[in-house]
Ligand binder design. Structure first.
Ligand code: PGA
Length: 251
């Protein structure tokens, strides 16, 4: 038996501005009933949070998060948002080190660690994203890269056992490409992540949700969720359409 609830997270990336986000939310929530075995998280563009916050109807199974933060509290950092600003909204989660942040915007493990620590300081829940590139996978470095990102990303946390509630494994070569890791490949690396977490925080590692991301679709979601160490999904493309997201949330 798997521990509940599953975490199903929609990463909208730079899609669905305030109007489109509100329309999505109305359509999705009208069709999706509360299920006690799962929690649904949305990572809209930060500008859309205000437009959807009143549409959740106070449902306990729906939470919101932001896709990125900066680690400083305030100041001359044009274009950035701080954890304390996020804390003033209804968002409770922060994605840290998504592969697009790492590979398009050049974020390093050290920067991810500072962002996780900034989230912790404001009692937000960081979801650290880790994953190898195709080149790294082909040269047999998957586990080393992933565990290194994990260890460095959590390094500055004061209380990792309380702060870390979820980690996302997203192989870079599977994101937005239509290629998914097989359920067995995902399970293997999720198992290694769990072991590494056990080394850092002990037995409470069993309670951390390890999410898989990378070309998740309605037709592969169930198989991935059936793996013992896959506790949820982080979904990009397929979370942008209310119907496909609904199928994934009901998988
Ligand atoms: P994808 O994106 O589902 O479109 O592959 C996943 C992610 O980047 O979080």
């Amino acid at each position: 038996m798997k521990k509940a609830p599953l975490l199903l997270a929609a990463n909208w990336k730079m899609n669905l501005g305030p109007k489109a986000a509100a329309a999505f939310f109305k359509e999705f929530l009208a069709a999706y009933s509360v299920r006690h075995d799962r929690q649904v998280l949305f990572f809209p563009p930060s500008l859309s949070i205000d437009a959807i916050k009143n549409l959740t109807g106070g449902r306990p199974d729906i939470s919101l998060g932001v896709q990125n933060i900066y680690w400083e509290e305030s100041g001359a950092f044009t274009g950035e948002l701080s954890a304390s600003m996020v804390k003033e909204t209804v968002a409770q989660y922060v994605l840290v080190g998504h592969s697009e942040r790492r590979h398009i915007f050049g974020e390093t493990n050290e920067e991810c660690a500072k962002k996780c620590a900034a989230a912790e300081k404001e009692s937000l829940t960081p979801i650290l994203c880790v994953g190898e590139t195709l080149e790294q996978r082909e040269s047999g470095e998957t586990e080393r890269v992933v565990l290194d990102q994990l260890k460095s990303g959590l390094e500055l946390l004061e209380d990792p056992a309380s702060t870390v509630k979820a980690i996302a494994y997203e192989p870079v070569w599977a994101i937005g490409t239509g290629k998914t890791a097989t359920a067995e490949d995902a399970e293997a690396i999720h198992g290694s992540i769990r072991e590494a977490l056990r080394g850092t925080i002990g037995e409470s590692a069993a309670e951390i949700s390890i999410l898989y991301g990378g070309s998740v679709k309605p037709d592969n979601a169930r198989q991935l969720l059936d793996q013992p160490n896959v506790d949820g999904l982080l979904v990009g493309g397929a979370s942008l359409d209310p119907n496909s997201w609904l199928s994934i949330c009901n998988a």
